[in-house]
Design a binder for this molecule. Structure first.
Ligand code: ASP
Length: 589
């Protein structure tokens, strides 16, 4: 080894011993007679000391030739520092240098290798290997490493077997768009990269593996929304001879183990909510439950009394749903603030037509934007229905049920943020259960599987497959943390006929179903056990644990928003020779 210690290791207890360190030059402070170098490696920073009369003059010459990020090797005696630095673990000592060697000089880096850097995103990504030298980025990857380690500890402890499934598989029409890879040996034919190992893990259950998991790369060629990566990692899991309850308990256990082992947090039992309630009370299938501010309906679903119709306010009269939230303590909002909030919710991204407010003043009076139509007595009744108190502000939307809920969900999150109710270091977990099996695509005019085509309907809802497809609930579940879906899965169909029926509902002809998924349906005829599973978005889980919004820094070499790796400059054109070999003559524009 070129070194005896790392740059994070030396302490006062090493006083008077000789040590050799290797690392990168962080800073140099040259006071003429004394010169200090901060030497950095993955483990920390140690101060090197050169002193007139004590250190050989040629070492000063070498030291003065150094620049930021030079790679050096220094040997010396560990001594106690005169002025200690309590902020770093090695801050009590310094290394009085007796030998200094440049292992490799370095060009001036294009941005500061410090916790707060002056480098913008593009520059950091182009020189990602330099960005990775920075503490916050390295720490994020260290956290990811611990998450992966602890996942393996838990899964191994529960008798799960890690099995690798292939990366070159087959393109299928359901789900997101596939990335495809041409096959040289089979001209004109293509592999697809897996969107998930779904069918393989189910086949492993047919094989009797019983408990499978894998920390696995998946690929989806979707339009990149902020913070989505074309390749991402899942903790993918499957179990045999289980019901939904078993899966929920097993994987609540995994998340509990991760919180404890990685963050030292004792996680409470994960509350459960049906999809229907999540939509009704939060307008979202992944509610952020760090704060309440639940939806209150003034008119709408069958169990709500209509508190708005027949007073001459056409907007509410014609609306399918009138629904609002109570922003505690926000009655002080000025007209200007309310106008700004109205503009915010009318932006095309959200698309509400308007926002109605009811201010519950401290003095007990009520003031609303619909005073013309509703008396103070009526507004008081609304306030009671909302559970509002003097000092609160009710914000109300109306319109088509699905749209109003979605818009109010955005408003709720925005108000949560504005009121400081979404602390990234507070964790609120939730199971969302009983998802609909199918959703109708208006544009395509057909039914789609809400989770995927292998998800089992609830046995008691199977008769509804004949009568009311939209009402069929699935044995499907999502784990939500702080309003982010971190995992999702289902109990699977394991019967050939039911699977065939499902494909037919999704618009596959018998031939198409056979061609695409015949292997799976065949397997179901050779003794398939009841099974189910789940997959967690590993990058997202890591970023949540790290208290970060972005998943980028939890991936060593991420792609940018156009799906490009700007460091290696990929994707890129390939040569005509390569194209010829693949029998791809022309590229369509
Ligand atoms: N394969 C599914 C997904 O990627 C997860 C599962 O059902 O286990 O969403």
């Amino acid at each position: 080894m070129l070194r005896t210690h790392t740059c994070g290791e030396l302490r006062l207890t090493d006083h008077n011993t000789t040590a050799t360190l290797c690392g990168w030059v962080q800073t140099i402070r040259d006071k003429g007679g004394v010169l200090w170098i901060d030497l950095r490696d993955r483990y920390g920073i140690t101060q090197l000391l050169l002193e007139d009369g004590q250190t050989a003059p040629e070492l000063f010459t070498t030291a003065r030739s150094l620049g930021r990020e030079f790679v050096v090797k220094a040997t010396g005696t560990v001594i106690e520092r005169k002025s200690k630095n309590p902020n770093i673990p090695t801050g009590d000592v310094e290394l009085k240098v007796t030998s200094l060697e440049v292992l490799n000089p370095a060009k001036l880096p294009p941005f500061l290798i410090e916790d707060e850097t002056d480098g913008g995103d593009d520059l950091r990504m182009k020189y990602r290997y330099l960005d990775l030298r920075r503490n916050p980025v390295r720490k994020s990857l260290e956290l990811r490493h611990r998450m992966a380690q602890q996942t393996r500890v838990y899964m191994d402890g529960q008798d799960f077997i890690e099995v690798e499934t292939p990366v070159l598989i087959k393109s299928t029409p359901e789900g997101a768009r596939d990335f495809v890879v041409p096959s040289r040996m089979n001209p004109g034919e293509f592999y697809a990269l897996p969107q998930s190992p779904q069918t393989f893990k189910q086949l492993l259950m047919v094989s009797g593996f019983d408990r499978y998991y894998q920390i696995v790369k998946c690929f989806r060629d979707e339009d990149l929304r902020a913070d989505r990566q074309p390749e991402f990692t899942q903790i993918d899991c499957e179990m045999s001879f289980v019901e939904q309850e078993d899966i929920l308990n097993m994987f609540e256990g995994l998340v509990r183990h991760l919180f404890k082992a990685v963050k030292g947090i004792d996680m409470a039992t994960v509350p459960r909510m049906t999809y229907a309630d999540a939509m009704k009370f939060y307008g979202s299938d992944k509610p952020d439950t760090r704060f309440g501010m639940e939806f209150v309906e003034l008119k709408g679903t069958f169990d709500t009394v209509d508190m708005t119709s027949g007073k001459g306010f056409g907007v509410f009269d014609s609306a399918e749903l009138v629904v609002g939230i109570n922003a505690t303590g926000c009655a002080y909002y000025t007209r200007k603030q309310l106008d700004e909030l109205t503009d915010w919710i009318k932006r095309p991204q959200i698309g509400a037509k308007g926002l109605i407010y009811v201010r519950y003043n401290e003095d007990g009076t009520l003031k609303s934007s619909v005073d013309k139509f509703y008396s103070e007595t009526e507004l008081k009744a609304w306030a009671a229905h909302f559970g509002a108190k003097p000092g609160d502000l009710m914000l109300i939307l109306s319109g088509d049920c699905a749209k109003a809920r979605k818009q109010l969900s955005e408003l709720r999150l925005e108000m949560g943020s504005r009121l400081g109710l979404r602390d990234p270091n507070v964790f609120s977990t939730l199971w969302v259960l009983d998802f609909p099996l199918l959703e109708f695509g208006e544009e395509e005019n057909r039914w789609f599987a809400m989770h995927h085509p292998f998800t089992s309907p609830k046995p008691e809802d199977i008769p509804l497959l004949d009568t009311d497809l939209g009402a069929v609930r699935a044995n499907a579940y999502d784990l939500v943390i702080n309003g982010t879906e971190v995992g999702g899965g289902s109990i699977r169909i394991f019967n050939r006929d039911l699977q065939a029926r499902m494909f037919s509902i999704l618009g596959f002809s018998d031939e198409e179903a056979k061609a695409q998924f015949g292997f799976l349906m065949d397997a179901f005829e050779f003794g398939a056990p009841p099974h189910g599973g789940i997959a967690f978005g590993f990058d997202r889980l890591c970023s949540l644990f790290g208290g970060a919004d972005s998943i980028r820094d939890f991936i060593a070499f991420p792609k940018n928003n156009s799906g490009r790796d700007v460091m290696i400059d990929s994707p890129s054109a390939i040569s005509q020779a390569q194209l010829n070999e693949l029998k791809i003559a022309t590229i369509a524009k």
